[in-house]
Write a new protein. Structure first.
Length: 141
């Protein structure tokens, strides 16, 4: 069986993906318009789905997610009391995290040191995030 060396980087992407989820959730709290709140909540849910897909791939290979790091961005929203920030700052944080995550995806996809099924999933997620970045940028112009 082939040994892959990028599972640690995939684990780090998982943590970053959960961070993006939390940023979008917090941005939705700051949004004034209902449409924007719904859109940002959808963005948060999408990041959650992507995170869980990555987590499932790790678990299926008996690789534990980076627990301490995932717990740091614990998303039990009923227990979080986010500090209010300006909406424009919240959106900038979301976009910055997404763009940083795209770089993480690019590195993993270029190295191709993960199973093909994971690379296919990552390519699909990267495409979605890139599209979402464009959507968010258009909405806040």
């Amino acid at each position: 069986m082939k040994k892959y060396h990028d599972f640690e980087k995939l684990n780090r992407l998982l943590v970053a993906s959960f961070e993006a989820e939390k940023l979008y959730y917090n941005a939705a709290l700051e949004a004034k318009k209902t449409e924007m709140k719904r859109f940002l909540n959808y963005m948060s849910v999408e990041r959650n789905r992507m995170s869980h897909d990555i987590s499932n791939e790790l678990h299926s290979r008996d690789i534990e997610p980076l627990k301490e790091d995932v717990e740091k961005v614990n998303l039990d929203h009923s227990k979080t009391d986010p500090q209010p920030v300006a909406f424009s700052v919240a959106i900038a944080q979301c976009l910055s995290r997404d763009k940083n995550n795209v770089k993480r995806y690019d590195e993993l996809l270029e190295r191709k040191d993960l199973p093909d099924s994971i690379l296919t999933m990552l390519e699909r997620q990267r495409t979605k995030i890139t599209q979402y970045i464009t959507e968010v940028e258009k909405l806040v112009q």
